[in-house]
Write a protein that binds this ligand. Sequence first.
Ligand code: GDP
Ligand code: MG
Length: 599
Amino acid sequence: VSQELKRNFSIIAHIDHGKSTLADRLIQSTGTVADRDMQNQLLDSMDLEKEKGITIKANTVTINYKANDGKTYQLNLIDTPGHVDFIYEVSRSLAACEGALLVVDAAQGVEAQTLANVYLALEQDLEVVPVINKIDLPAADVEKVRNEIEDVIGIPADEAVLTSAKSGIGIEDLLEAIVKFIPAPANSEDGPLKALIFDSHFDDYRGVITYVRVVDGTIKKGDKIKIFSTNHQFDVLECGIFSPGMNPTNILTAGSVGYVITGTKSIHDSQVGDTVTSVKNPCERPLEGYRKAQSMVFAGLYPISTDDYEDLREAIEKLQLNDASLTFEPETSLALGFGFRCGFLGLLHMEIIVERLRREYDIDLISTSPSVEYRIHKENEPMYTIDNPEDFPGGGQGKVIVEEPYIKGNIIVPKDYVGGVMELCQLKRGVYVSMNYIDDTRAMITYEMPLAEIVLDFYDKLKSRTKGYASFEYEMIGYRPGNLVKVNILVSGEPVDAFSFIAHTDHAQARGRIIVEKLKEIIPRQQFEIPIQAALGAKIIARETIRAFRKNVTAKCYGGDISRKKKLLEKQKAGKKRMKQIGNVEIPQEAFISVLKLS
Ligand code: GDP
Ligand code: MG
């Protein structure tokens, strides 16, 4: 296919505005997939994606479309995730495109992530084509949404395509708009090979599958290629396009999007953002990379059974092959034993990884409460970072300044909820920046807030305070000093590392109290009194006591029936396996889980 017949585009939108359904329609209406093979959300292949109804990884498909001008165009569609956690997946998809379809729900209007995504597209100089979807809904208000796109985003919307992905309305118009408004790639097929790696995945049988956008030159089966950053050379065993499964064409020309297989098992030779070139006629400089994935949230993952430790390591390694944004290193906890400290893009990312470990690898595990990364400045020492409360500097170390990451968050909300949202942001140590009405019913509120507060439970609280009507999006803005302390939880005077946390001084006591109360509920009575305390250094800030329980379990056996007594003791022992011994106290596994859920 010649250059002027190619169109590379992404679909961007706020979550649930209909991206994936629209992608399905485009695939179906062009006969890319036979009707009988059609299933909803075709591109969302991971089980979890289907179940949660969200797109996690970007997906790619090549569609052939015969336009009204009689020519057949090759459309390369790259679906993108809508959730903030995966914004970097969006930016890498966009780097492979000339244009983007901006999908806005006709009943909901512009939401926080519509804005975040469209700014990424404009930053990359993409042609943005507005699409107003769900026009079949009774609550659809096309004119209002058109005005919002123009006023809030600032792009013309008089030619916005009107669609209903659900009922299949406007799909033809959309295909024509793609051909008309999105520019063809302007590259040369003869120059030295330059291809951008925008994704990859690991296949147990075939090794690494590298997703590329060929910018200049051509890749053919049998070519010798070179990875720019590692300088490693490979033979191309196979290359092709997605339609939507892998379809070997064994040639990819400039402007094309597809995959390359070289047989390598090393994910390091397929780093997203890297450049592929040819050995014979190499390019001089790599393509410009883009926003890199950065871990924002950290937590320890521990197998419930110590026997699963090696399995857990293997499982995390496997997941990492497909997800370079997941980081991990071994860690030990007095309370939980051997495990791994993992870094995630955000809470949803963490939840998905934990869920996949449980489901796909059948590993029972506990995660410690998520933490952000803190910067520690001690006098006369270089700055260092920590993400585990255990590493928080204790007292008596001279002047220590602790900095925490801050975000700038945009919240779009119906005006009745403005008061409640501002109150919540204030509670979460937010610093007010601005508030604007985006139309006569909704406002956009901007706050700067510590990331640690967002990680905690901000999103849930925001949803419940606004009956689910608020949308929220944020970006990192750097580090700021905070009045932060480490709170220890002591059980019978022994600190339990898995329960300790870092908090702002003003919140330390309240959070300590909640945990102490929960533990009192969950730890079974034993034959002695158990004090449970929250402590700030040597100062106790909350305390509960579990009273001793008087009866002896074996007492009712009257000393006579030895075998029955033995059985009872054995049963107790088996029960103990699911307990962790801390000093002289046994804490049931569920105590860890429920406390970590609290924070
Ligand atoms: P995504 O999160 O942007 O990928 O959104 P999905 O494609 O998963 O769609 C979210 C929900 O909206 C699903 O329940 C779809 O069935 C529904 N939906 C998508 N397009 C339309 C439409 O045009 N009309 C109506 N009524 N519902 C739609
Ligand atoms: Mg989707």
